[in-house]
Design a protein around this ligand. Structure first.
Ligand code: GDP
Ligand code: MG
Length: 163
């Protein structure tokens, strides 16, 4: 059994950067252009003796009836359905957004195990960066830096715990 960890979050929060770090690959495209990862993207990660599947998604896009945005949202909903654990990424530099609140609500309704990650906190006070994210009601926010690796292993260990 390999647990499936799905990375969810609005565009540009660092999902693909985290995917690359967890899978040590350059597979997921990382760019400043939001929404570049248009499909689910599967890879394998490992912490200690525990392998897991990691899924990069194009994010929860605002609802669109057709076109690439609708397709991306559908892909993400399917990925959430397959998840043993979800890592919900937010951006600690931008702070909490309305879109984050909408995603949080949908993830709560999914009934899945959700870990809240506040990314891009290198060089910031972790406690200060995380503080405003408690109100999402998804438990303790994990302050991480996908680019530098800070906090990533601890967070994944917690995501895998009990699976
Ligand atoms: P995605 O759209 O959620 O997949 O986000 P990407 O992984 O493509 O990253 C979007 C931008 O954020 C890129 O310019 C990344 O280099 C940057 N980024 C990702 N993680 C971090 C981080 O931990 N710290 C900082 N400062 N930038 C990051
Ligand atoms: Mg991406």
């Amino acid at each position: 059994f390999k647990p499936v960890v799905v990375l969810v979050g609005r565009p540009n929060v660092g999902k693909s950067t985290l995917f690359n770090r967890l899978t040590r690959s350059r597979d997921a495209l990382v760019a400043d252009f939001p929404g570049l990862t248009r499909d689910r993207h599967y890879g394998e990660g490992r912490v200690g003796d525990h392998p897991f599947i990691v899924v990069d998604t194009g994010g929860f896009e605002p609802v669109a009836k057709n076109g690439i945005m609708a397709e991306m949202a559908k892909q993400t909903v399917q990925a959430v359905d397959e998840a043993d654990a979800i890592v919900f990424l937010t951006d600690g530099r931008v702070g909490l957004t309305g879109h984050d609140r909408e995603i949080a609500e949908r993830l709560r309704r999914s009934g899945r195990k959700v870990l809240l990650a506040v990314n891009k906190v290198e060089g910031m006070s972790r406690a200060a960066a995380a503080a405003e994210f408690y109100e999402l009601g998804l438990g303790e926010p994990h302050a991480i830096s996908s680019a530098h690796g800070d906090g990533v292993v601890d967070m994944i260990e917690e995501a895998l715990q009990g699976l």
